[in-house]
Design a protein around this ligand. Structure first.
Ligand code: ADP
Ligand code: MG
Length: 694
């Protein structure tokens, strides 16, 4: 059997391949483009394209595609073969530089939020050379950005790259002040931990709710849920292990650093974590990972569910976005250092994140807002919808001492003044215990835990990068003018702590008292997507994005509109699926069963037998049946009303306030009937079948 070291990255046009396939001149020019973001001239592009094509064909590829990430949150590809006719009725395999750097997919059906009318110019895709090309299913995939002809971003990659650039500009200003002149660029790094469920495909195929919506709209809890905590980190079942082995092998071939795999809290729930990498690459890799997971699952007759809340009553799935900033010289700027100067720098970056999260809590909340994630946030299984920061007691003590001016004594060290004293050691392993915080400092990085499992990580990182860039800009503006750098620095950090400490909360985020306390502190508690989205358009947010050139006003409006529409569409599909299952599965099956019970009662009464079981069951089930029928009629009406609402903010709010609760009502009635009905008469697989069959 081949070793992992032999096949890791074998389907990637990575640096090693580039070195071996390109002339040293072309290689150097390409590297310059990758490192400095300079445009690639066409002769270099032609040479790169030729080498890429030859390499791809050697590795079995017949097609190529510009692989991009439209605002749907998924990825898109349109395959073109390399073939080109020759003069003798045969073909040659061809791929030109211009096809590598720019594509023009007729992508008019992707949501553009009004940025581009369908009848107008098509969008174009442009190569992101910082993310390696790779081969999947005989197709050379070229990671690209997707824009309209007048340069408006129609995707998630373009603004992510812009936000990384915005942060780069401002962080370099700060590092210059600390004398780090040798640093020429910074980048953010991300390691997303991905949760998912695996269910048996035969069982899945019988559940229309899973097929159409990705979550169960009905289903009573089986006698056993997650209360024994026996699944978390438990021994992995052979079928799941085989899936994980195949998944790892495929990801490794694609150069994805799949590292950790384990069972999660809920039955049938698992997690995969890669080793962190540069943010845009991490985002690409996470999209590929989600796609590969679903395809590999099918090979094992499994289905991988990425929905945030596939099952009521057990934990849903999230994605922890571990985020940090590092320099091209290899320094992690969120890692406390060993010297007073390093610590001062660390504290400045730390408070920039604290200020960013406080001032742009709404944007972070929006970045994880979706119909699916609304079921998780604040449901005592994931962080609450209130955004706050966990620092841990060691770092909190440092922050307190800066604020109060009281010297901090720990482990034989005294910390009094920023830039003069060394911080007491902050042990990494004690910082990570509080899992109830949405935004936790974990020793040398922040972990944003509110991201939903199916969501692209781009949006959260766009918000985070841009917000931190803004704070660093304000800091740099002030510090560059300072006559006494260290005094100004100390004052700046202290003031920032005083003004923004309300966002820091080290307690239990699941506690109801925190909701009260957060309200008292003036923190936002945006419980649902329709409540959160309007904040997108706040003046301060528009100013943030436009001033750092991450989004134009039109691009923000487009994203707002698409998110609102998407929410309404998702809930509408769920409501229609709910009706479909009531009409075609539940109501007929329950009605047939009441007939069966009625017949039994008549027959048994005829021979003078006691019918308490049948009679009592019948009354209960028949009452439920008619209640469910009534709810169904109202639900039908409400769906019709919703569809007519023109304003999308009003419409999404209507779906949330009027439609979702009715679906929940229908569910609770059906779920109450399920346990008292004959197993054989139940029309769909149960939670027990879904959660325990694999
Ligand atoms: P857990 O949160 O389960 O305790 P770890 O602390 O091991 O897990 O790490 C979680 C994720 O954080 C991994 O994907 C890891 O690669 C990533 N990570 C570690 N250091 C950094 C960093 N400097 N920047 C971004 N991500 C990081
Ligand atoms: Mg984690």
């Amino acid at each position: 059997m081949k070793q992992v070291t032999d096949y890791f990255g074998c389907l990637v046009f990575n640096d090693k391949v580039m070195k071996s396939k390109l002339s040293s001149d072309v290689y150097k020019k390409l590297k310059k483009t990758i490192n400095d973001g300079k445009e690639l001239d066409i002769s270099v592009a032609n040479s790169v394209a030729l080498a890429m094509k030859d390499w791809a064909i050697e590795n079995g590829a017949t097609h190529y595609t510009h692989w991009f990430q439209p605002m749907t949150g998924t990825t898109a590809e349109k395959h073109d073969s390399f073939i080109s006719p020759d003069s003798e009725g045969g073909i040659i395999m061809e791929f030109k530089g211009k096809e590598l750097i720019k594509g023009e997919p007729d992508a008019s059906s992707f949501p553009s939020g009004g940025l581009r009318a369908t009848c107008e110019a098509r969008g174009y895709t442009a190569w992101d050379p910082t993310s390696y090309a790779f081969i999947r299913d005989k197709c050379l995939c070229i990671p690209t950005a997707f824009c309209s002809y007048d340069g408006q971003a129609l995707d998630k990659k373009t603004p992510l790259l812009r936000s990384m650039q915005a942060l780069n500009i401002q962080a370099l200003r700060i590092l210059k002040l600390f004398g780090l002149d040798n640093v020429t660029s910074i980048k953010t790094t991300v390691g997303p931990e991905q949760e998912y469920f695996l269910v048996d495909k035969d069982v899945y195929d019988k559940r229309k709710d899973l097929i159409y919506t990705g979550r169960t709209l009905f289903g009573a809890m089986p006698p056993k849920g997650q209360e024994l905590d026996d699944h978390y980190f438990g021994s992995i079942k052979p079928r799941v292990q085989e899936f994980m082995n195949d998944l790892n092998a495929e990801l490794w071939k694609l150069g994805i650093l799949a590292k950790t795999e384990h069972n999660e809290v809920a039955p049938a729930q698992h997690e995969l974590a890669p080793i962190f990498t540069t943010t845009n690459i991490a985002a690409d890799h996470n999209q590929i990972t989600m796609d590969v997971m679903q395809k590999i699952a099918k090979k094992h007759n499994l289905v991988c569910l990425l929905h945030e809340k596939p099952f009521k009553g057990v934990n849903g799935s999230g994605k922890h976005n571990n985020w940090s900033i590092s320099t091209n010289t290899g320094i992690n700027l969120l890692e406390p250092g060993d010297t007073p100067a390093e610590n001062a720098q660390f504290l400045l970056f730390l408070v920039s994140v604290i200020k960013a999260v406080d001032e742009y809590q709404d944007l972070l909340r929006i970045s994880v807002a979706s119909a699916g994630n609304d079921f998780r946030l604040g449901a005592n299984e994931a962080p609450p919808a209130i955004i706050s920061i966990f620092l841990g007691s060691d770092l909190q003590a440092v922050i307190d001492s800066i604020e109060t001016g009281e010297p901090l004594k720990a482990n034989g060290k005294t910390f009094l003044k920023i830039g003069a004293d060394v911080l007491p050691p902050l042990p990494q392993d004690t910082t990570d215990r509080n899992r109830t915080s949405p935004f936790a400092f974990t020793g040398n990085k922040f972990e944003f835990r509110a991201v939903g499992s199916s969501e692209s990580i781009s949006c959260s990182n766009i918000m985070l990068n841009t917000a931190v860039a803004e704070e660093l800009k304000q800091f740099a503006d002030r510090l560059e003018k300072a006559s006494d750098f260290n005094t100004e620095l100390h004052n700046l950090i202290k003031e920032t702590i005083i003004h923004h400490k309300r966002i820091i909360f080290n307690g239990n985020g699941y506690d109801d008292k925190w909701i009260e306390e957060a309200k008292h502190r003036g923190l936002l508690n945006l419980k649902s997507t329709p409540e959160a989205l309007p904040y997108y358009l706040d003046d301060k947010n528009v100013k943030l994005f436009t001033s750092h050139k991450v989004y134009s006003t039109d691009e923000i409006n487009a994203r707002y509109e698409i998110a609102q529409e998407h929410y309404s569409k998702v809930v509408n599909i769920e409501a229609l699926t709910c009706l479909n299952m009531l009409n075609k599965d539940y109501l007929p099956a329950i009605s047939a069963y009441t007939k069966e019970l009625s017949n039994s009662i008549i027959i048994k009464k005829n021979v003078g037998l006691d019918t308490s079981y049948e009679s009592e069951s019948l009354t209960k089930i028949n009452t439920g049946l008619n209640e469910a029928y009534k709810v169904k009629l109202v639900l039908e009406d409400k769906i019709n009303v919703a569809k007519e609402i023109e304003d999308y903010a009003t419409r999404s709010m209507y779906y949330k306030e009027e439609v979702l609760p009715l679906m929940e009502k229908a569910r609770s009635i059906i779920d109450a009937i399920e346990p008292v009905m004959d197993r054989k008469a139940w029309p769909v697989p149960t939670y027990g079948d879904l959660l325990y069959k694999v």
